[in-house]
Design a protein around this ligand. Structure first.
Ligand SMILES: [Zn+2]
Length: 471
């Protein structure tokens, strides 16, 4: 950008081959000054530098479709290098999802035109440096590998685009000065990633239960997974401190937690608001109030947000923030679940000797080829009985040597171990050879899940749960 010209209007001219068209939520004026040269000029005008960055444009061979959702025009532009997927293929899933999102949001959203730009990458060319998506006020850009199967692509588009679309609410409509007057050279971060990313991610899950796209249990399972993955991070770091310092070495690896604990802060706040309002008000109502108070062109002061939220809701909400957002207290999830008639139950479930579903207990060293038990993870009942420790290098199993090369042989042979037969694993632990023995027995792991308490249908907890999930 041009220094000190961030707030000036910009005009962008793009000279393009006639066979490529622009996918964008902007409307260019097009001139073909020399019909013989196979080029045309597209001209875009925007109000300030931010709007330049806020309107991605994808030039590609025409593969575009559009549909209307309650007064909003949605454009879908797809670039698929081999032509494996077309905009028409992807349209039905996107249309269903965005309709549900619009219904969920109601009057908070008055976007007239929204563009979804999907770039499918040919992995051979290494044209994409990563996969994912980026939100803008009136568009989302998505980059995914073209090698995906159709069902996989639909699923990824559902999760990715719904998250990005909800960014219309925050940070796009509700954001602080740090974001509005973004310092492109020396970024200052806001304290409120719990809201920008966390509440957005929470909405991307809540709307699916609210609009009947998933079951209650699916929703609880998603929250339960978030709790489990948030436990890989320090649960006592105040989220506001982490957020403000997310670009520093100390905190940058915690970014993934904004989608985990950030979303759970949104969930706990939602439940608390429903409790205080006797079911009438939830976090979506709060976001509506905030976007009315602020909005796209009116940023807030970072330090004022929590006070404003308290003023717009209940005095009790102050202590929610003091404890769980700016404070060091971990969220007592079970207390929040109990308010809406949910409880955590744990049970033992069957698993494999070396694999728990898709997740292996062992890993291989690509250099030495050695197989070892992974560090920092919990083992199944069999490996615990055997006395395995994280970091143990596998030498032999029942007399057979194993390395990366024949690891599949190890997995397959373990599947036919007879219950009660003798198993002997020789491992190298810190340079010392140790023989571990146990009788083969069905390995199990503890699984905790969130389930509904058995309560009469007219119980206040059941009513609060209904208000939370369905209102
Ligand atoms: Zn996001």
């Amino acid at each position: 950008y041009f220094s000190k010209l961030q707030e000036e209007p910009y005009r962008i001219e793009i000279l393009r081959p006639d066979n490529l068209i622009a996918g964008t939520s902007l409307t260019p004026t097009t001139k073909d000054e020399n019909p013989d040269d196979n080029f045309s000029t597209d001209t875009y005008t925007v109000g300030r530098y931010f709007e330049v960055t806020d309107h991605p444009i994808m030039y590609a061979k025409p593969d575009t479709t559009s549909f209307d959702v309650q007064g909003m025009k949605v454009l879908l532009d797809v670039y698929s290098p081999t032509g494996k997927f077309s905009a028409q293929d992807i349209k039905p899933g996107i249309e269903k999802m965005i309709s549900a999102q619009k219904k969920f949001l109601g009057d908070i959203n008055d976007t007239e035109k929204y563009a979804i730009l999907l770039y499918l990458s040919d992995l051979q060319k290494k044209d994409a440096r990563g996969f994912g998506a980026l939100e803008h006020h009136t568009s989302t850009t998505v980059v995914l590998p073209e090698t995906m199967q159709k069902a996989q692509l639909d699923e990824s588009m559902k999760d990715v685009v719904s998250h990005e679309f909800f960014h219309i609410v925050t940070p796009l409509s509700v954001h602080s000065n740090e974001i509005h007057y973004f310092d492109y050279n020396d970024p200052k971060m806001s304290q409120h990633l719990w809201m920008y990313e966390g509440v957005t991610e929470y909405f991307a899950n809540l709307f699916q239960i609210n609009q009947g796209l998933i079951s209650n249990q699916d929703f609880y399972d998603r929250m339960s997974e978030k709790i489990a993955s948030s436990m890989n991070f320090d649960d006592t770091v105040p989220f506001t401190v982490m957020s403000e310092n997310i670009l520093t070495d100390q905190y940058k690896d915690s970014y993934y937690n904004v989608y985990q604990k950030g979303a759970l802060i949104g969930m706990a706040l939602d439940i608390r608001l429903r409790e205080l309002s006797d079911g009438k008000i939830g976090i979506l109502d709060l976001m509506k109030k905030l976007s009315k108070k602020y909005g796209k062109d009116k940023p807030f002061n970072d330090e004022d947000l929590i006070g404003d939220i308290v003023a717009l809701t209940y005095p009790e909400i102050q202590s929610f923030f003091d404890q769980y957002v700016t404070g060091e207290t971990p969220i007592p999830y079970n207390e929040f679940f109990a308010k809406v008639g949910l409880e955590e139950k744990s049970s033992m479930i069957n698993t494999g000797y070396f694999l728990n579903g898709q997740v292996p207990y062992i890993d291989g060293d690509p250099v030495s080829g050695e197989l070892f038990f992974r560090k920092g993870i919990g083992f199944n009942t069999f490996l615990e009985k055997l006395g395995v420790e994280g970091g143990d290098i596998i030498k032999t199993v029942n007399g057979t040597e194993y390395t990366i090369k024949n690891v599949y042989g190890l997995i397959t042979s373990s599947q036919s171990w007879e219950e009660g037969s003798d198993i002997e694993i020789v491992v190298d632990r810190d340079g010392e050879e140790i023989t571990l023995t146990a009788k083969a027995s069905q390995p199990q792991v503890e699984e905790t899940s969130i389930t509904e308490m058995e309560l009469p249908a007219d119980s206040p907890k059941v009513k609060l749960r209904e208000a939370w999930l369905k209102n």
